[in-house]
Design a protein around this ligand. Structure first.
Ligand code: GLU
Length: 466
């Protein structure tokens, strides 16, 4: 048996959408599982909407997700010669023909059909013109595929089952435009056959293209790949997931502090399940994934569940493995942080409390800033006159410490509250506010340890000033 070959074929007209990422993942999983090849093909023939920025962004998102490809990226705009050869082959075999109908003529016929309650369809005006007729023509033309008019075309789909399309319902597809460029359905087939693609896993928004593409495969006498059309991802309102529902791009989730594996886990499970297993590492997904187990109906995107999963992945990660991602998030906030022991300690101190790396950055940012702004609540807490009293007692005790560690800090705080006759909370909260600027943070000892003796004292002393 030939080795499976799968492809992901994004159009670079936007950032990588999470729906696209799920399609890429499903292809990647099958390639991994079968020892097959995963090909990246950039479908950039829509020159007006495709940009290099989106090409780069899609590749960056795939790399970040860890969905590595073995071949590519191939660019459709660099393959026109190949498409032309295939178009000429169909012409030579009389499986395609020149069509001289103008857009206006076609539109008029369409309008008439609608008015007469007929389904608009290309009427085959130029279907039977001969080469002698062509020789006499001076009008511009496009090339149409001569599709069979009788019988039906069966799409055997791994997810949807068998779907039959009546050939008489299908137009003679334009494969080459008047402006001398190939059309989408044609390039996809030429690419899939010349790249020896064995499995086509894509969104079910392409399902209607599939019978048309199958007719082209047959015209070329190529074997059909295995098809699997994945249902769409919808928002809670059952509309197709779009910007209206919030962030939809992989890059946006990265920048909000999601981990690639958590996002992949969530996306894989969206539309596919393996028992009731929610947390599934990539390795397990590779073992268990099967296109035939993907659900037939659309899935509803649930951001809370993704957040919950991300929290699990953050908690279960080694702090060292989160460092680079956290540094990147700090960079977005224009805070330069080094990958050192302080950063690892900051991660350890906040890991349990953070569902995203952005939440983590919020919690430990104070340790990496020269000055922390006081939140409203922090300010209120520190304006209490008693705080000066409390800190007046605390500061010399901290200054006197030779070892600045958790135990000695704990002892100092305990001694202070005993001497002051107050509850721990009454001292801990102002300490927290002084160190972090906020009233919600990681533990106060962890906060002091992250800052170190000098910076901790500086922030506490700052509160004594009028
Ligand atoms: N370029 C198409 C898209 O982004 C994918 C087509 C295909 O997978 O066949 O929707």
């Amino acid at each position: 048996m030939t080795k499976p070959r799968l492809r992901f074929a994004p159009s670079p007209t936007g950032h990588l959408h999470i729906g696209g990422a799920r399609t890429a993942l499903y292809n990647w999983l099958i390639a991994q599982k079968t020892g097959g090849t995963f090909v990246l093909r950039v479908e950039d023939t829509d020159r007006e909407r495709s940009t290099q920025e989106y090409v780069d962004s899609i590749m960056q998102a795939m790399t970040w997700l860890g969905l590595s490809w073995q071949e590519g990226p191939f660019f459709q705009t660099q393959r026109f010669d190949l498409y032309r050869e295939h178009m000429q082959k169909l012409l030579a075999e009389k499986k395609a023909y020149r069509c001289y109908c103008t857009a206006e003529e076609l539109e008029a016929k369409r309008a008439q059909a609608t008015q007469e309650h007929r389904k608009p369809k290309y009427e085959g005006t130029c279907r039977n013109l001969t080469e002698a007729d062509w020789a006499k023509e001076t009008r511009p033309f496009c090339i149409r595929f001569k599709a069979p008019q009788e019988g039906s075309t069966l799409v055997k789909d791994e997810i949807k089952g068998n779907i039959e399309f009546q050939n008489k319902e299908m137009d003679d597809l334009i494969i080459w435009r008047t402006d001398d460029s190939p059309t989408y359905n044609f390039t996809v087939v030429v690419d899939d056959v010349t790249m020896n693609i064995t499995h086509v896993i894509r969104g079910d928004d392409h399902l209607n293209n599939t019978p048309r593409q199958i007719l082209l495969y047959e015209a070329f006498d190529y074997p059909l790949p295995i098809f699997a059309h994945v249902p769409m991802i919808l928002g809670a309102d059952k509309a197709r997931l779009s910007k209206r529902h919030g962030a939809t791009s992989v890059i946006a989730y990265r920048d909000m502090g999601y981990l690639p594996e958590a996002l992949l886990n969530y996306l894989a499970r969206l539309g596919w399940s393996y028992g009731d297993k929610e947390v599934m590492r990539l390795k397990e997904m590779v073992n268990y994934f099967e296109t035939s187990a993907v659900g037939k109906s659309p899935s509803i995107f649930n951001p809370e569940k993704l957040l919950w999963l991300n929290g699990i992945y953050i908690r279960e990660s080694k702090p060292e493995d989160l460092a680079e991602e956290l540094i990147r998030l700090f960079k977005l906030r224009e805070i330069e942080v080094e990958n050192n022991a302080t950063l690892i300690a900051a991660i350890k101190a906040s890991q349990e409390k953070s569902k995203t790396l952005a939440e983590m950055a919020d919690l430990v940012e104070f340790a990496f800033l020269d000055h922390v702004p006081w939140s409203e609540a922090g300010k209120k807490m520190l304006e209490n006159e008693k705080v000066k009293d409390y800190f007046g007692r605390l500061i010399p005790k901290l200054e006197a410490l030779n070892t600045f560690d958790r135990d000695s800090l704990h002892q100092v705080v305990e001694t202070c509250i005993a001497e002051l006759g107050i509850k721990l909370k009454e001292l801990a909260q102002p300490i927290r506010a002084a160190l972090t600027g906020t009233t919600i943070s990681i533990g106060i000892y962890e906060a002091m340890l992250l800052l170190g003796k000098e910076k901790s004292l500086e922030r506490l002393k700052n509160c004594l000033k009028d």
